[in-house]
Design a protein around this ligand. Sequence first.
Ligand code: ADP
Length: 242
Amino acid sequence: MIEFKGVNKWYGAYRALHEVNETVAAGEVVVVCGPSGSGKSTLIRTVNRLEAIQGGSIEVNGQNVHAARKDLNALRSRIGFVFQNFNLFPHMSVLDNVMIGPLTVLKRDKPSTAQKAQALLAKVGLAHKADAMPAQLSGGQQQRVAIARALAMEPPVMLFDEPTSALDPEMVGEVLQVMKALAAEGMTMICVTHEMGFAREVADRIWFMDAGQVLERATPEAFFTAPRHPRAAKFIADIRAH
Ligand code: ADP
């Protein structure tokens, strides 16, 4: 479903991604972990072209994402992306936030879009907040709306960039629960997260990154009990020490 082939990314003279060659199968959940600044966010941002790449290619569902003259809106509508800071439209109601993509990008009709948006809000436990404005919601609720908004485009893949990092601790669980349910339904997902409990429980595979490289790819069981790369071992030891 997602294939990175020889991907290299530079910010000026700084090499942020170094020959990344990885694949994600349909229905697979990959959790990307690694120290701060290792390139995790950069990696998933290249998948829907929030970042350009300077070498290699990325295919999503058979489409070359970085091909010249791609329609970016059409491309991004096929790849759900959930940001750390929710990024809801503040001047629109919750329901309108979920409807705007299907209405404007997919040109769907209003009644069926509204019905589907309501169903998605129910799915993330927020049917009763359809008419609220984002500012009236807690961070955990806003993030669940952001997930519903991404799902409204019926993307075959979902990318999560530290979706719980901006939340107060008591709200982390409700967002992880929604992600877990999505994984159980067979969604293809790449999640950048520091939630190692989630990684352990939900990931099919963990990618460990350091200095722009994926240094280890393993099942959660293998990664947490017997990491092979010394830097992965140190990362896990540091987590345990905390
Ligand atoms: P992570 O998600 O693992 O914390 P990032 O992908 O955010 O790492 O960043 C990887 C490296 O690239 C870091 O050293 C960061 O400072 C650098 N970086 C990220 N975005 C930019 C940018 N827009 N311009 C320059 N450097 C950047």
